[in-house]
Design a protein around this ligand. Structure first.
Ligand code: PLP
Length: 419
């Protein structure tokens, strides 16, 4: 047997290999979790999310009194996650009527919800107004026109204007969102007209400007460049600098710390637009990615030119490797180590359904439980039923207890919409 490995920082905080060499998350043995809840399953360490939420709030409090941390809920839109983060004082951003419904069901105070979207439907805006969301992030002129029509007489809706600063951080092009040719927000040449119109409108109050330049950002310098690009647009009470802090997906990944990221953003606001401005941040993956591991069961091991370790999930529970070439680590839950170079592949009818390329596992066999860490962001969120897959449950673990917060999908669910 290959030598045991130490757990890397990609696993949820508090995880460990117990005396039998089995992975424990939130004090629960992952093999027992697999037995009890089946596979695939998303296992989420509650304390990990809480610790990261506190790290954000503490990092901000250390630098400014006037801030708001907002969970970009597209990363993990699940009522239990909204609830947990709201308990930690974190509001949320939603990008559709559906996410708004989930946030409300999760108990988030509507005043702490920021409503986003580059193609908001009239009904979605009406829903947001009726729910009393705190901020609507206006992405384009039609949002403004619709709001002018929808906001009841005598009321004013607080808005932020989303600006594309023309800055592209180093990340995958599919998750770069603030460059010079993006579908999101007003570009710098159109922004002044939007600001002028919004300021003249009786329906809205301009709370500030917003930008979100992209995701999985490992170099924080572009946030400052993006803010600098906005200075010609005037002075605003608040600046929402979006999310984007990168996380560690693999043992050797070394993202900036939450503290350094927050410091860079607050310092940029103080130095570029001056003190006395509210700073808003919208972290998504940095709050949730590392809280979760996915458990799979190996169904077959095939030795072709390469070795394929086929598991009972795949692109139906994690699309990121297929969308962005995202790389992950994987291990066998009770035999951490290596020795067999292989690809961990899914069960779907696509050759591209490869979860982990070039994994290094200890003699994988059918029946083994594979653990794939750092799957809390955009896993459950993008899960789908391709090939009739039953979307996995979400199981919260804490202090040795496990509870299902989203049950596994059933065959009946697959037919629930048939008429
Ligand atoms: C407007 C907005 N804010 C915040 C985020 C969160 O990004 P991340 O999960 O990288 O922190 C996103 C992600 O797409 C976004 O679109």
């Amino acid at each position: 047997m290959a030598a045991a490995q130490q757990l890397s920082h990609v696993y949820p905080l508090g995880s460990r290999l117990n005396d039998s060499g089995r992975l424990e998350v939130g004090g629960c043995d992952t093999l027992e979790l697999a037995r009890e809840f089946g596979t695939p399953a998303f296992i989420v360490a509650e304390d990990d999310i809480r610790a990261r939420a506190r790290a954000f709030s503490e990092a901000f409090s250390a630098r400014t009194d006037d801030f708001e941390v907002v969970f970009a809920s597209k990363a993990f839109p699940c009522t239990a996650v909204y609830r947990l983060l709201f308990e930690e004082g974190i509001g949320c951003d939603v990008a559709s009527g559906g996410e708004l419904a989930l946030a409300l069901a999760g108990g988030v105070d509507p005043a702490r919800i920021h409503f986003h979207g580059n193609a908001k439907r009239r009904e979605e805006l009406a829903f947001a107004l009726e729910a009393g969301v705190g901020d609507i992030v206006v992405d384009n002129m039609r949002d403004l026109i619709l709001l002018e029509d929808l906001v009841p007489e005598g009321r004013r809706q607080k808005i932020f204007l989303r600006i594309a600063p023309g800055v592209s951080p180093e990340t995958h092009p599919a998750i770069s969102t603030g460059g010079p040719n993006t579908k999101f927000g007003f570009d710098l040449s159109h922004a002044p007209a939007a600001i002028e119109r919004a300021r003249a409108s009786d329906a809205v109050d301009v709370g500030g400007l917003h930008f979100h330049i992209g995701s999985q950002i490992m170099d924080i310098a572009p946030f400052r460049t993006a803010l600098e690009a906005l200075t010609g647009l005037g002075d605003f009470p608040a600046y929402n600098l979006g999310g984007g802090l990168g996380v560690a997906y693999r043992a050797h990944d070394d993202p900036p710390s939450i503290e350094d990221y927050v410091a860079a953003k607050v310092d940029a606001v103080n130095e570029i637009v001056g003190p006395g401005h509210r700073v808003i941040d919208e972290p998504g993956r940095a709050l949730v990615a590392n809280s979760c591991v996915t458990l799979y069961e190996v169904q077959s091991v095939k030795r072709n030119v390469d070795t394929y370790v086929a598991v009972d999930g795949g692109m139906s529970d994690n699309l990121r490797p297929m969308l962005y070439d995202a790389r992950y680590d994987a291990q066998i839950a009770d035999r951490f180590g290596g020795g067999t170079r292989c690809h961990v592949v899914g069960k779907h009818c696509e050759s591209g359904d490869i979860l982990v390329r070039d994994a290094d596992l200890d003699d994988p066999r059918a029946g083994d439980i594979i653990v794939m860490p750092a799957t809390g962001a955009y896993g459950h969120a993008m899960a789908n039923t391709y090939n009739g897959a039953l979307r996995p449950p979400v199981v919260f673990v804490k202090d040795g207890d496990a509870r299902v917060v989203v049950r596994r999908e059933t065959h009946e669910d697959l037919m629930a919409r048939d008429v």
